[in-house]
Design a protein around this ligand. Structure first.
Ligand code: CDT
Length: 312
């Protein structure tokens, strides 16, 4: 039995602040229909795919803030996506801002879900690596207040779906090797990840010219070093004056890019992904059981920041 997953990486162009949920969902539905017409089994949408990237503003009014969050999934507006998925027999990964009330206390997460071809939710992931800052920093051309708007999720899981082992991550997670490895240790065969990455990073403008290189570097390395497919999907283009990178790509376990978007707008990149291509990496160079030395890695979990030896 072959284990082929036909994947559509569904890049979105910018979503402006005054764009309604209904308009965005229509764009997502166009992607779902086009992907289904091309024989895809699953569509991967970006991070925070239902709204503009609101952490670029410091908002204090809870009512204004809550407009960007989903308190139900599916909710009255997103139900259309689930209905279309079921009707078309196509799954999807979707990033969104989640407002969850647990024991009467509100919690906010940067979340993604994986939905099956039957329109049912298979799994939920809450972003672990929240970049940026928690305080209002008006000096920045664009703020990046993820630490203000979200609390971090607990860890990385995988799910059996689409004939293989699927994992989820979100944006900044892709820069951290631990993200891939924690899923690699659970046998992941395809990692889906959406992102919103500005070209300009105010604290380190000297890196701006390298933003696309770094995007590819981390995803390709993560795929190869764990013998897994990686599907990285951007929200791209000029959103509220902020230029965001594109670079949506589908990466094989070899680390090679097999499909990519070429614009900064709504665009699909499609690939026929053979999950069995993971096997030769997982059983040779990256045979974890044979070659890893966890006893040498204790600092990875015991220590957060770098500690250099004292200067003499
Ligand atoms: N959304 C997200 O995680 N973006 C970050 C930008 C970091 S700049 C503060 C990223 O890693 O792409």
């Amino acid at each position: 039995m072959t284990r082929i997953v036909n994947v559509a990486a569904a890049q979105l162009g910018p979503i402006q602040r005054n764009t309604s949920r209904a308009e965005v969902i229509e764009r997502l539905l166009v992607h779902l229909h086009n992907a289904a017409a091309m024989g895809c089994h699953v569509v991967v949408f970006p991070e925070l795919a239902l709204t503009t990237f609101f952490p670029r503003w410091y908002l204090e009014d809870p009512a204004e803030m809550n407009m960007f969050y989903e308190s139900q999934m599916p909710g009255p507006e997103t139900q259309k996506l689930f209905d279309a998925a079921k009707k078309l027999g196509i799954g999807f990964y979707l990033g969104y801002a989640e407002l969850s009330v647990e024991n009467g206390v509100a919690h906010r997460y940067n979340t993604s879900i994986l939905v099956g071809r039957d329109g049912e939710i298979i799994g939920k992931y809450r972003k672990v690596h929240l970049p940026g800052h928690a305080q209002n920093e008006p000096w920045r051309a664009f703020q990046h207040l993820e630490k203000y708007y979200f609390e971090p999720g607990p860890s990385f899981n995988v799910w059996r779906a689409f004939g293989g082992v699927m994992g989820m991550a979100l944006c900044n997670d892709r820069r951290w090797p631990e993200t891939y490895r924690v899923m690699g240790l659970q046998g992941v065969e395809m990692i889906m990840l959406g992102y919103n990455t500005p070209v300009h990073n105010p604290p380190a403008p000297e890196h701006d010219d390298l933003s696309m290189f770094h995007n590819q570097l981390v995803m390709q390395a993560g795929a190869y070093q764990n013998g897994t497919w990686v599907v990285g999907v951007a929200k791209a283009g000029k959103e509220e004056g902020c230029e965001m990178i594109g670079g949506t790509s589908i990466i094989a376990p070899s680390g090679e890019v097999v499909a990519a978007c070429s614009t900064k707008g709504d665009e699909l990149a499609i690939a026929r992904c053979d999950l069995d291509l993971c096997n030769s990496y997982k059983s040779t160079t990256f045979n974890f059981d044979r070659h890893r030395r966890p006893e040498a890695y204790s600092r990875i979990t015991e220590q957060r920041g770098a500690i250099a030896p004292t200067a003499v």
